[in-house]
Design a protein around this ligand. Structure first.
Ligand code: ATP
Ligand code: MG
Length: 589
């Protein structure tokens, strides 16, 4: 290895062959127009820079420019999978229906599954994911515990017939995914590989230069024991995430545990019924009774499994429906009681419900923070009336205290650190301990040391390779275009010669610098398209090449080359003799 190449260049993925990097031959096709259907920055910029072209809804061609970026991501992903000990294979995109029937997913997967028929009317699908195919492979390939553990991965095109394909390649129908599947004799062994893959994912996103967080995810219906999503942080992200500023704690807002806030109050006021003829909402009551919303109780009546259930929260807090659905009294089918049902049961309308004097057959479940309140305001279960000075135990009985609310910014994190900050994220990876669900359904067994058949344990690990490209742009752009993190840029450096005559010294100098940088393994583009400088610079900023060198006649006379970093608005002037060293050191920085 050439020792003069900076370390960071050595770890950068290389192309096996140097392809044309003279931009006149590269088919750049940029545009000033923003397509009408492109709602978010990454979609707009990928279209304007000419990285992708739409063929049909959610189906795109990657142009030579776009493909260079996609391949960079792919290469880092592949290298880290291999480093983690995973073995690359390539499974078919088209899968027979019989496999999906074995796991019941032919029906369960729903409309996202693109079903197709061959000429003999046999059913197939275009693979949205490959658990069935890999489990089928494993049940024939793996016979003995001695072969385990094994971890296979592929980088391959998936198809999901998304209801609303949008945001370009961010939520496409056809997209590139890295999917890996591991096989184990024991859950402990699965846990170890899971950790190795978790670490590999962290390295992938770090190497790509992205700001990301690993988020504790819900294992949901599959019932595995652990699952994490990896999110690239960006304001336009579809997911809301609660992160701690003081630790690694991060959870989807839907799932984030809310601790009690506020200190326990002491009852000091008498219970007093007050007329609130038209005041129903927390805002109206709070203003009318001059009490902050945090001391007004919000009571919701839900239809549970065995009748009505009252949920009480502080007026400034919101119910988290996913947490409510997990209460044994409620379940996923629970819904708010209708106005008629409330009237029938309590004789008042929804704006006047409270825990004081509720019929005994309606259990009261109180959020942790609401349970700390004293002398609070709540509905009196009488039309047009509320109580002030209400207190738990003395005036109202809570059957149970539970975590019912959505976390808000400033809350303590569940691990005791914090405060929590609410940010938005784009899911770019997902690691999951599947357990035995697929192996059991498809009979993927191995013989153990005693010669006894045992069902294998499985993990699965996905990376949205094409989505990463869009996510990186969401996180890194400005009003002039894309600002690629170095490791993802289609070219590292661009040379911009500006000259009038063909025999200009600019041409010689540029050509020799170009050849020299190429020989050092730098991915350098030469903009020989002959554009006016303003047009050329705007184009290169849109595409987002991190480092630009402008070689002009005047500069050569005064021994100065203009350097500019993509995000900067200022030029640096470099002496010609130092250009090579300085650019290499920028790339190594
Ligand atoms: P989402 O919740 O965004 O629909 P998912 O949970 O269905 O994603 P997985 O089955 O976990 O996705 O797939 C692994 C990865 O593939 C995801 O983390 C995501 O980065 C990527 N991915 C999933 N669906 C799409 C899509 N329609 N377009 C592009 N990438 C996708
Ligand atoms: Mg997922």
């Amino acid at each position: 290895m050439n020792m003069s190449v900076p370390v960071s260049l050595q770890s950068r993925p290389r192309f096996p062959i140097v392809i044309a990097m003279r931009l006149s031959q590269f088919h750049l096709h940029t545009s000033k127009e923003t397509p009408a259907d492109a709602e978010i920055a990454s979609h707009q910029l990928m279209m304007r820079a000419g990285m992708i072209r739409k063929l049909a809804a959610g189906i795109y061609t990657w142009t030579p420019l776009g493909l260079r970026v996609l391949r960079r991501v792919e290469t880092v992903v592949r290298e880290e999978m291999e480093r983690a000990g995973a073995l690359e294979l390539l499974m078919p995109a088209v899968q027979p229906a019989e496999l999906w029937q074995e796991t019941q997913r032919w029906e369960q997967f729903g409309g996202q599954l693109l079903k197709i028929r061959d000429r003999l009317q046999r059913d197939f699908c275009f693979g949205p994911t490959h658990e069935e195919v890999i489990t089928d492979f494993a049940r024939f390939e793996i016979r003995s515990y001695k072969q385990l553990p094994l971890n296979f991965f592929q980088i391959q095109t998936k198809f999901r017939d998304e209801i609303r394909p949008r945001f370009g390649v961010m939520r496409a129908r056809e997209f590139l995914m890295k999917d890996a599947y591991s096989f184990h004799l024991t859950p402990e062994c699965l846990g170890q590989t899971y950790q190795v893959m978790y670490d590999a994912y962290a390295r992938i996103f770090t190497r790509l230069g992205l700001r990301f967080r690993a988020v504790d995810a819900d294992t949901g219906a599959i019932g595995g024991s652990a699952s994490h999503e990896f999110h690239v942080l960006a304001d336009s992200g579809e997911d809301a995430i609660a992160i701690s500023n003081a630790s690694d704690y991060a959870a989807n807002v839907e799932k984030a545990e809310a601790l009690a806030v506020g200190s326990p109050g002491v009852a000091s006021a008498p219970l007093c019924k007050v007329d609130t003829p038209t005041q129903r909402s927390i805002e109206e009551i709070s203003e009318f009774l001059q009490t902050p919303p945090s001391r007004c109780l919000k009571t919701l009546l839900l239809k549970g499994k065995k009748g009505l259930v009252a949920l009480c929260l502080r007026g400034d807090h919101e119910l988290n429906e996913i947490k409510a659905a997990k209460l044994p009294e409620l379940g996923a089918a629970a819904a708010l009681a209708s106005e008629d049902e409330i009237r029938q049961q309590l004789g008042c309308s929804p704006g006047f419900i409270g825990p004081v004097g509720l019929p005994e057959n309606i259990p009261v479940i109180v959020d942790r923070s609401a349970a700390l309140l004293a002398d609070f305001v709540c509905g009196a279960n009488i039309e047009g009336a509320h109580y002030t000075g209400a207190n738990w135990q003395r005036d109202a009985v809570a059957k149970q205290v539970a975590d019912l609310r959505k976390v808000v910014a400033g809350d303590p994190a569940a691990d005791g650190s914090g405060p929590l900050q609410l940010v938005r994220g784009i899911e770019v990876g997902h690691v999951f301990q599947l357990g035995q669900k697929y192996a059991e359904a498809m009979g993927a067994n191995v013989l153990d040391e005693q010669g006894k058949a045992r069902t294998m344990h499985m993990g699965c690990y996905g990376v949205g390779v094409s989505r990463i490209v869009a996510a990186a742009i969401e996180q890194n752009h400005d009003d002039r275009g894309i600002c690629w993190p170095g490791p993802m840029a289609p070219f590292q450096v661009v040379l911009c010669p500006i000259y009038k005559k063909a025999d200009s010294p600019v041409v010689d100098y540029t050509e020799s610098l170009y050849a020299e940088l190429l020989s050092k393994g730098v991915e350098v583009a030469l903009d020989d398209r002959g554009l006016r400088p303003g047009v050329m610079f705007a184009d290169l900023e849109l595409i987002g090449i991190p480092h630009r060198l402008v070689i002009a006649e005047r500069g050569i006379e005064s021994d100065q080359i203009e350097y500019r970093q993509r995000e900067s608005t200022e030029n640096e002037l470099w002496p010609m003799a130092e250009v090579r060293e300085r650019i290499l050191s920028k790339l190594g920085a």
